[in-house]
Design a protein around this ligand. Structure first.
Ligand code: ATP
Ligand code: ATP
Ligand code: MG
Ligand code: MG
Ligand code: MG
Ligand code: MG
Length: 270
């Protein structure tokens, strides 16, 4: 009877849409904090850049890359992170919903799990959420342009925010006065305001703020002490063993120019 019932109902499975990601394309999942403008205010984020929040975001991204398969590079800034799955990935048969949901849920649970490690005296007041989307990029140039786009966005927002908060925090302007003053200004004018009024050289601002964070895998040589037993030392002896392993490392460098891609050519190689 049970099998009868199951086959009777099972047709509903056919209502599931096929969301296989096109073969041979880079699969990019980008997530973004929901309502983080408000979330940042409610949790006392330092303006314009809260270092703790950025470190926590990158910790969550590291966890995603370690727990899930086939992610070759990630890029993060503000409340967003992008994850790039290798072109040939066949993880979950390339189903878009699996890529998105695994990335976003692993990231979200990590954000809550690791919160207190970064926000020592700030309680997490409610469960935060993140949205996610998947985008396919068929060529290496498209993928590079995607990452360039996100890094350019980081730069534009950070230059604006740095100038805005200098005007408010050091210049004594109200939020709306600062907003009014910056309306329609070009990058050069913002640089001038920072330099002439506040003696801030924007190019000396920390790279993590100006460039965001890139996470990539690195081969590292490790030497470990290992205890082994051999015929001549049946009671065991210590030996030093060399091994290579992949480790994730964060960078805050330019990904728009060619230099990064020349130095890390393995990322696009397969
Ligand atoms: P949505 O739900 O549409 O994404 P949002 O409020 O999250 O809305 P975003 O465009 O994603 O809007 O902007 C994120 C906001 O979160 C920033 O504008 C900034 O106010 C805040 N924020 C995120 N990270 C930081 C940080 N490290 N330091 C300070 N503020 C931050
Ligand atoms: P996948 O990642 O493919 O979903 P899975 O191990 O989660 O793999 P499921 O088919 O989702 O496989 O099955 C979930 C399993 O989790 C169950 O088979 C059972 O072993 C365990 N499980 C889940 N909820 C409970 C529960 N409330 N009590 C006991 N076991 C549970
Ligand atoms: Mg948004
Ligand atoms: Mg957001
Ligand atoms: Mg955002
Ligand atoms: Mg399961």
């Amino acid at each position: 009877r049970k099998t009868m019932a199951k086959s009777k109902f099972e047709y509903v499975r056919n209502f599931e849409a096929d969301d296989t990601c096109l073969q041979n394309c880079w699969v990019v999942v980008r997530l973004d904090g929901r309502n983080f403008h408000k979330f940042a205010d409610q949790h006392g984020f330092k303006k314009p850049n809260d270092e703790r929040a950025l470190q926590l975001m990158s910790k969550c991204a590291l966890t995603v890359m370690e727990e899930l398969n086939d992610i070759v590079i990630a890029y993060g800034q503000s409340d967003e992170y992008s994850f790039v799955f290798k072109r040939k990935s066949n993880w979950f048969k390339r189903r878009a919903s699996k890529f998105i949901s695994h990335v976003v849920s692993q990231f979200s649970s990590s954000f809550v799990f690791y919160w207190q490690d970064y926000f020592k005296d700030q309680a997490l007041l409610f469960p935060p959420g993140f949205d996610g989307r998947v985008v396919l990029y068929p060529s290496n140039q498209n993928l590079r342009d995607y990452l360039s786009w996100r890094q350019a966005d980081c730069h534009i927002n950070n230059l604006y925010n740095t100038t805005f908060w200098a005007l408010v925090q050091q210049g004594g302007l109200s939020n709306s006065e600062a907003e009014e003053k910056l309306k329609g200004t070009l990058a050069g004018e913002k640089n001038d305001i920072l330099f002439l009024e506040f003696n801030i050289n924007y190019n000396n601002e920390p790279e993590i703020y100006r460039k965001g964070t890139v996470l990539i895998w690195h081969k590292i040589e490790e030497t470990i002490d290992k205890r082994i037993t051999t015929p001549d030392a049946p009671e065991g002896k210590n030996v030093v063993v060399k091994r290579t392993r992949n480790k994730l490392l964060p960078f805050h460098m330019d990904v728009i120019g060619d230099k990064f891609w020349e130095e890390h050519s393995q990322i696009l190689a397969d």
